[in-house]
Design a protein around this ligand. Sequence first.
Ligand code: SAM
Length: 178
Amino acid sequence: MSASDRERWDARFADGRLAEPAPPDALVGREHLLPAAGRALDVACGRGEVAVWLAARGLAVDAVDVSPVGLAAGRARPGGEAVRWIEADLAEGLPVAGPYDVVVCQRFRDPRLYPALTAALAPGGLLVVTVLSGSGGPFRAPPGELLAAFGHLAVLHQEESGGRASLVARAAAGDHGR
Ligand SMILES: C[S@@+](CC[C@H](N)C(=O)[O-])C[C@H]1O[C@@H](n2cnc3c(N)ncnc32)[C@H](O)[C@@H]1O
């Protein structure tokens, strides 16, 4: 990630607009899959819609993003003080190790990070991923990418339609990493 990418996201987030806290897209209608307690990681959390929603559900949340403006907006939300906001460039890898009972990565794609996402899962941990899909640029996952990367987990839901690919999967109860 270049400094100009960070500036681009900072500029986008400087408009002061905030969406309400919300579950990750792939978990809508599947919220029962979440544990009632434990640790969660929101990767590329933006302004923290998902991070704050997870914290309100009783999870101890770490939220990572490269944009200080996005992170500040998340921190300033009602309930934002419950989240640990971490500024980091994910191009350099995950800045945290886990284990996490829930790992969310939504609307951010970096396939180099996929092994680290699974490695960060606690035994029985839940992975929730949504990326843009189709052809056209590095932000879009080619067909089948999520299943190829995460099919070794127990896949609870997966969908590719409307230019998006989503997957919800669970690590085996005795599994950490892999
Ligand atoms: C489309 S937004 C998604 C935000 C949030 N996950 C959501 O679903 O609303 C993409 C996010 O990725 C972050 N991002 C982009 N490149 C990054 C990098 N190299 N390291 C960390 N975060 C990055 C941006 O700052 C932005 O918050």
